[in-house]
Ligand binder design. Sequence first.
Ligand SMILES: C[S@@+](CC[C@H](N)C(=O)[O-])C[C@H]1O[C@@H](n2cnc3c(N)ncnc32)[C@H](O)[C@@H]1O
Length: 268
Amino acid sequence: MLLHSITFEKIYQTVPSSSLEATIQLSNNEKKSAVQNSPHQTTASLRYGEVQFWSFAAILSRVIGSAAKSESVVHRFYDLGSGIGRACVVAKLCYPTLQVTGIELLPGLHSMAVAASTQITVIPAPPAPADAASQKVTGDAATATATATATATAIRFINADFFAPPSHSPPSSAAAAAATGAGASDPSTHTEPPEWTRDATLLFIASTAFDSTLMNRIARCCELASSPALKVITLSVALPSSQFVVVWSDKYRMSWGNVTVFYHERKK
Ligand SMILES: C[S@@+](CC[C@H](N)C(=O)[O-])C[C@H]1O[C@@H](n2cnc3c(N)ncnc32)[C@H](O)[C@@H]1O
């Protein structure tokens, strides 16, 4: 884990202007036009903050277990609002076989996440020194070099609203509109469930700045998600859904202070 944390710091040292202060500034600069383009979005919900390596690695370890254990299960991890990709990079470094996707609305933050992802050297678990050096992930859609243990692929970063429907989705249905909380006649909202509802098994939502409207909408999408074993991690506020139960909640350190983390599973 120490090796992963050193790798993590090194990755972000290569990404220009990725300090917390510079990223908050960039986010503030981009918020205004993002809100103009997505009227349902508020500037408050776009407030930037970020996970710290050790906190997020500890949260994932509590949810997923050891890296070796994770290889027996196909986890599809999504970070809804992925910022400069820090949570995704922690997840990929600690769990190379995880399928990791980050969705971020602000283009500047998204570009930094892509830049970080090009620097990842996937370290299989247990690490095999001869193999680790050969597994350089080279980009957004690149696949990690195949080895006996590495089934990992690169992180996928998407520059979009995390409520956006999948591209080439069929025409909207009233049921889907109701499920997503979106009004079919409201052009500012999407009426098809987002792509992540199709395959996500583990969601992370840094939801501290999200209002109740946004959280309700996320909750409806989670209820609609295909995976019966969907697990959801939220920050500061629990998922407002009777279909999910909080398995544990605890304080962890984030860039904006000590934050309550809620871990949910679907009710059986
Ligand atoms: C508190 S930051 C968390 C960043 C990252 N997940 C981390 O923990 O390091 C929340 C992020 O969500 C993004 N965001 C908010 N609403 C969004 C939406 N509807 N679609 C995509 N991104 C969104 C913001 O721009 C911001 O970068």
